[in-house]
Design a protein around this ligand. Structure first.
Ligand code: FAD
Ligand code: NAD
Ligand code: ISD
Length: 426
């Protein structure tokens, strides 16, 4: 027993919502498209979960942040999907896929078949257990990947007023959650193994600016060490965190952000994988021509770098999804995906944007004791990446543009002295 669709999107996150909108723009017929999602709500803007959703006053709540409001487009409520004849199969986990037969099997035992499949399964948060530490199930230990996690985090924050939170991990989740917890008047200590926050992106100089800013807000940093165990009370609640360097940090709640793994397991052995994701071509098409992959789960060719990359950011989820639908519905007019990687974050009153790649030599510019500063990355004589904190719309557009042009740079000292004006002049 089962249903059959022309198009199935597996996953109901950011990429799924943007793909659905693109399908309707390109004239999908009623009954042709189905979205299957383990989540019980229609696709939403996941970035809101670590920002607006955690605010103490007037927090963002659904339906306000369904896709595609994050890109200033239509807000797709469950009613919208119904009106457009798109089947939303929510609260449903797919447990196996057969790409040869073009079928998906759900945990409820239904077989759903497709002509074309878009895999948009995103990623899962890495668990402490994968690093040999037990205790993830304690009620005051929080991860943050989906709405259920966010509700648990809000519950933990509400029971922790003016208490102590330990944040494990100095990446995106760690930094954004630390800011949100401080805004909720919770004392925050961040613990991570590296010498600086945001090691995947920030230079030591950039990291040092944000760490100093956070310290001024009361955040403490314990760097170069990891969690080894929790102390629990008789109810199984964490009361303290033990670190490898011998420190013991009292904790009323813990937030863990130690990275992700793409949800590829349904397709292992069936599709070609690369960089931990499903390898696709410039049309987002996998090694099986009926299967496309988009968002966090896709490893795609980044034209600008002539290299396959897997990005974990909302802009590429939105754009790769739209591109896959375009390639499916209008193959003749769709070229290869060609976009400059773009990441951003907002914490407290700070806001930064990054374009391109952070390889090669970093050239810093601007006032690191003020509000506007940044860096360019120069690799093999070309500018390949740009970071800017506190920019205006025009300044962000300028660094995006200059990065897309990959200009030759002969004199690093000159670039440093020109700073932002170099991008503004291009
Ligand atoms: P997701 O949005 O994760 O969606 C995957 C969907 O697939 C989920 O609904 C999941 O339940 C479903 N699924 C998975 N497996 C199955 C299965 N077997 N059966 C059924 N359904 C399944 N990026 C930025 O650039 N800027 C930000 O500010 C930012 N903030 C973020 C804040 C948070 C809290 C998080 C977690 C991420 C943030 N990101 C941000 C990253 C960004 O949200 C992701 O890159 C983006 O969501 C990826 O979209 P996706 O559709 O590929 O995956
Ligand atoms: P991350 O990769 O950004 O950071 C992981 C961090 O975990 C590392 O920086 C390191 O400090 C830490 N770590 C690794 N092993 C550890 C260990 N054993 N003990 C303690 N710390 C350890 O991942 P994340 O912060 O978990 O973010 C999850 C995902 O969500 C990522 O894909 C990220 O891109 C996405 N996200 C993005 C944004 C944004 O773009 N603004 C915001 C939130 C989340
Ligand atoms: O892209 C985003 C982002 O960073 C958010 O916080 O979308 C959300 C909101 O803009 C949607 O409400």
């Amino acid at each position: 027993m089962g249903r059959a669709f022309v198009y199935v999107i597996l996953g109901g996150g950011v990429a799924s919502g943007y793909a659905a909108l693109e399908f309707t723009k390109r004239g999908v017929s009623h009954g042709e498209l189905c979205i299957i999602s383990e989540e019980t709500v229609a696709p939403y803007e996941r970035p809101a979960l670590s920002k607006g959703y955690l605010l103490p006053e007037a927090p963002a709540r659904l339906p306000a942040f369904h896709t595609c409001v994050g890109a200033n487009q239509e807000r797709l409520t469950p009613k919208w999907y119904k009106e457009h004849g798109i089947e939303l199969v929510l609260g449903t986990r797919v447990i196996s896929a057969d790409v040869r037969r073009r079928t998906l099997l759900t945990a409820a035992g239904e077989t759903i078949s497709y002509k074309i499949l878009i895999v948009a399964t995103g990623a899962r948060a890495l668990k402490l257990e994968e690093f040999g530490v037990n205790g993830s199930d304690a009620e005051n230990v929080c991860y943050l990947r989906n709405l259920t996690d966010a509700n648990r985090l809000v519950g933990a924050m509400n029971s922790c007023s003016r208490g102590n939170a330990v944040i494990i991990g100095g990446g995106y989740i760690g930094m954004e959650c630390a800011a949100s917890l401080v805004i909720n008047k919770i004392n925050v200590t961040m613990v991570f193994p590296e010498a600086q926050c945001m090691p995947r992106l920030f230079t030591p100089k950039i990291a040092s600016f944000y760490e100093d800013y956070y310290k001024a807000k009361g955040v403490e940093f314990v760097k170069g060490t990891v969690l080894t165990s929790f102390d629990m009370d008789s109810n199984g609640k964490v009361v303290a965190v033990n670190l490898r360097d011998g420190k013991r940090l009292p904790a009323d709640m813990v937030v863990v952000g130690i990275g992700i793994r793409p949800n590829t397991s349904l397709f292992e052995g069936q599709l070609t994988m690369e960089k931990g994701g499903i390898k696709v071509n410039g049309k987002m098409q996998s090694s099986n021509s009926s299967v496309y992959a988009v968002g966090d789960v896709a490893a795609f060719p980044v034209k600008l770098f002539s290299e396959t990359r897997r990005l974990e950011h909302v802009d590429s989820a939105r754009k790769s999804a739209r591109h896959a639908v375009s390639a499916i519905m209008d193959p003749e007019k769709t070229g290869d995906f060609d976009d400059v990687p773009f990441f951003y974050s907002r914490v407290f009153t700070l806001s930064w944007q990054f374009y391109g790649d952070n390889v090669g030599e970093a050239v810093h510019f601007g006032d690191f004791s003020g509000n506007t500063f940044g860096a360019y990355w120069v690799n093999k004589g070309h500018l390949v990446g740009s970071f800017l904190e506190g920019g205006t719309k025009e300044e962000y557009e300028a660094i995006a543009m200059v990065t897309s042009l990959k200009p030759a740079i002969e004199d690093l000292a000159k670039l440093e002295s020109q700073g932002l004006s170099y991008a503004m002049a291009v």
